[in-house]
Structures are given as structure tokens and as C-alpha cells.
Write a protein that binds this ligand. Structure first.
Ligand code: AMP
Length: 395
């Protein structure tokens, strides 16, 4: 069975085509600059192309994708009928979409409601879905939702202590994000440990970062909240701050409400603190050169990860495993070291040597009570697997 995984943004449509019999990625790429001009980047069968092709709409981008996937030169399938279903990555399902689901009119109506909670993501997702329905009528479409894994949090973890009626009226609560990744890596950790009841802290550290407490495969708490702004310091997002800072900055800096979201999302985090970059590789280089504010940004990240590990250990009454994943978690050994050092009290002891060897899964010392694992995330594979399961169920 072949499954196409689509991640639609406002002007882009990233894709991967999976052969689910082997879990192999047959093709992957990105239709970029949709609605502007159109640039296709595509890889299949060891060949890569990048070319400009007009893509005025998402539906036209899907048509470009279909032509490319079936082309003699760069294709990997003969006909689109070989694709059994399309799985769409959905960032925010709100209170309406709480598990992976086959698209029908009711599901589309529920996703339309999410526009009010996550306008920047939902609009592009809908364009991607409508584009696929238009270009591939009759092919089942499945939504795999990033907030879904966090639905098992208890009320005390997801309720914000604000006016209850206001919260209810506007659906304000902690939803959590990167759920597909937390689900994948915690599942892999459970397999590795051979312990289905394991208490795990999963650290998804990338340009956006979130940390989750996972007990017996169920999410108990997570650092991102109503939006992906809450939690630890990120590339250019502030993470959790005293909410009173927001109106204070608006007043002092004369920033209107419609620009404040941009300020918190684009001007803070590593970029805001360091003044250097939102990319941790550039921060790292600046740290090595002795840049003080870059060092501060770096230290804030490590310190905050440690605080989450500590608080989630308390919340779960124990800790069996810490998992690091995503761009920073998989690649930055310094952050892993700094976030886990001086935690012997918690039974956490890193193996300094193993931590430096790329590709090592278990990086804790042999006498560490807590396992420390580096597990590359694979959200696309989860989306493809859920899509296959749902399509098979619906037959
Ligand atoms: P992601 O959002 O998962 O793609 O992660 C992006 C972040 O990971 C950026 O801050 C990058 O600096 C960092 N990152 C990605 N690849 C590497 C690498 N090979 N070494 C160090 N940091 C990396």
C-alpha cells in the first residue's frame, strides 16, 4: 500500500510518499512559494530536482506533485491510482478533532472551527486538503492531528487557572503540540525498555520545542499550551513568560495587539536573547567565540529542560527514561549534557563519551537509574501508519 503524507503550510506543501509494505520513502519534496511563483524540490530513486513551475493555488501544487510522481524521469509510480490514501498533518485539532480521522463533511466542518484557535496553521491545512480532494477525487484523505496525543492529560494539567466561564466559552486550555513526535519516540522508548508502564520525559527540541511527561504510553502533561508558544525558549519564540510582561511591553514599546503575536513568535527566544540567530548552530558557534548573550540563550534552554524533567518526574512520581529528539535533541550533545548534568539525585547520569558519538541510542552511564535515549523522530511515518490503519478499518 502506498500512502502520500502531506504537510501543508500557507505557501508550501511538503510531501513524502511511503511504500507501507517496506516503510520505505519512495519520494519526498516540497512545493514551495505557492501563490507567489512556484518552486518544486523533489527527490526520488536517487535523483533530485529543483525547478520553477507556476503554482497559483494548492490544488495546482498537488497537480504538479502528481505529474512529478508519475513522470518517467523523476517519478516512482505509474499512476496516481497506486496511491491508496493521503495523510495530512494537522497542527491543531482543538476540542473537536481528538484522534486521527477519515475526512468527510463533518470532519471538514470541525477543522473549519479550528481556524479561530490556530488561524496560521488551519487555513493552509484546509487549502492542502481541498487541493488534494480536487486533484485526487476519490482518494481517501486522513487527518493526523498533533494535539491528539495530549488528550489524555488530566484536567489539572490542561486547565489554565483563569475565569472558568471565559475558558469554556473560548475553548482556552492546554492542548499541547508535536504530539505525533512525542507519541512516536515514547513508543520507541517503551519498546527499547521493554516496559509498557515506563515513566518517560520526551524532549522534542527543534526550532519549536516541547517536552512531555508520558506514563504507560499516555501523555500526562506537556510544555506547549493553548498555542505552540508556551514552554521552553525556542528559536524565536519566547516560551513561558509572566503574562503581565505582554501588556507591559505593548504599552512601553507601543506595539499594537495585532503585532504582539509576531513579537512573541518571531522576535524572542534564542534570537531575541542573543541578538545572533534563531538557529542553535549559529548560537553554538557564537558561544564558542565567547558571545555573552548567545551563552545566556544556550544556558536558558539547558536550564529550562532540566526544570521540566524535574517537575515531570515529580508529576509522575518517578522517572525511567529521558528521550531527546528533533534537530537539537538528536544533534546537540552539549545541550543534552547540560540538561542532564547534576541530576544524580534523580538517578540521571550521562555517559559523557557515548553522548558524543552520533547515532548512539543509549547515552546514559551503565549505573544510571534512568535511561537517557536519543531517538530520531519520524512524524511522517506515524502519519502514514495511522492513515493506512484508518483506510483499512473503513473498508
Ligand atoms: P528542527 O526544527 O527539528 O528541524 O530543528 C532545528 C534546530 O535544530 C535548529 O536550532 C538547528 O540549529 C538544530 N540542528 C539541526 N541540525 C543540527 C545539527 N546537525 N547539529 C546541531 N544542531 C542542529
Amino acid at each position: 500500500m502506498k500512502i502520500l503524507v502531506v504537510n501543508a503550510g500557507s505557501s508550501s506543501l511538503k510531501y513524502q510518499l511511503f511504500d507501507m509494505d517496506t516503510q520505505e520513502v519512495l519520494a519526498k519534496g516540497n512545493c514551495d512559494r505557492i501563490g507567489v511563483d512556484g518552486v518544486l524540490k523533489h527527490e526520488a530513486a536517487g535523483k533530485e530536482i529543483k525547478k520553477e513551475i507556476p503554482m497559483p493555488t494548492h490544488a495546482q501544487a498537488v497537480n504538479v506533485l502528481i505529474e512529478t510522481l508519475t513522470s518517467k524521469e523523476y517519478g516512482c509510480i505509474n499512476d496516481m491510482s497506486e496511491i491508496s490514501a493521503v495523510g495530512h498533518r494537522i497542527v491543531h485539532g482543538g476540542p473537536w478533532l481528538i484522534k486521527s480521522v477519515l475526512v468527510d463533511d463533518n470532519v471538514i466542518a470541525d477543522l473549519e472551527k479550528c481556524r479561530s484557535l490556530a488561524p496560521l496553521h488551519t487555513g493552509p491545512h484546509l487549502l492542502g486538503i481541498y487541493g488534494c480532494i480536487e486533484a485526487m477525487p476519490g482518494t481517501p484523505q486522513v487527518l493526523v492531528i498533533d494535539t491528539a496525543f495530549h488528550q489524555t492529560m488530566p484536567a489539572e494539567a490542561y486547565t489554565y487557572p483563569i475565569d472558568y466561564d471565559v475558558a469554556q466559552k473560548h475553548h482556552i486550555r492546554r492542548y499541547g503540540f508535536h504530539g505525533t513526535s512525542h507519541r512516536y519516540v515514547s513508543g520507541k522508548a517503551i519498546e527499547y525498555l521493554g516496559n509498557p508502564d515506563a515513566k518517560i520525559v520526551t524532549c522534542h527540541l527543534g526550532n519549536g520545542s516541547s517536552i512531555s511527561a508520558v506514563k504507560a504510553g499516555k501523555c500526562m502533561d506537556t510544555s506547549m499550551g493553548f498555542t505552540p508558544l508556551e514552554g521552553v525558549i525556542m528559536g524565536s519564540r519566547c516560551g513561558a513568560i509572566d503574562p503581565a510582561v505582554v501588556p507591559f511591553v505593548m504599552e512601553k514599546e507601543g506595539i499594537p495587539v495585532e503585532e504582539m503575536g509576531n513579537w512573541m513568535n518571531k522576535k524572542c527566544g534564542f534570537l531575541g536573547v542573543s541578538g545572533v540567530s534563531s538557529d542553535l548552530r549559529e548560537i553554538e558557534a557564537a558561544v564558542k567565540a565567547g558571545h555573552e548573550r548567545a551563552t545566556l540563550a544556550y544556558n536558558i534552554l539547558a536550564y529550562q529542560i532540566k526544570k521540566y524533567i524535574g517537575s515531570y518526574t515529580a508529576a509522575m512520581n518517578g522517572l525511567d527514561c529521558i528521550v531527546f529528539t528533533a534537530g537539537i535533541g538528536e544533534n546537540n550533545s552539549d545541550i543534552r549534557r547540560m540538561a542532564t548534568e547534576n541530576m544524580e539525585y534523580f538517578g540521571v547520569k550521562l555517559d559523557q563519551e557515548k553522548n558524543l558519538v552520533r547515532g548512539t541510542v543509549e547515552i546514559n552511564a551503565p549505573d544510571s537509574k534512568v535511561k537517557i535515549l536519543v531517538i530520531p523522530t519520524n512524524e511522517e511515518l506515524v502519519i502514514a501508519s495511522d492513515t493506512m490503519a484508518i483506510v483499512n478499518e473503513s473498508k
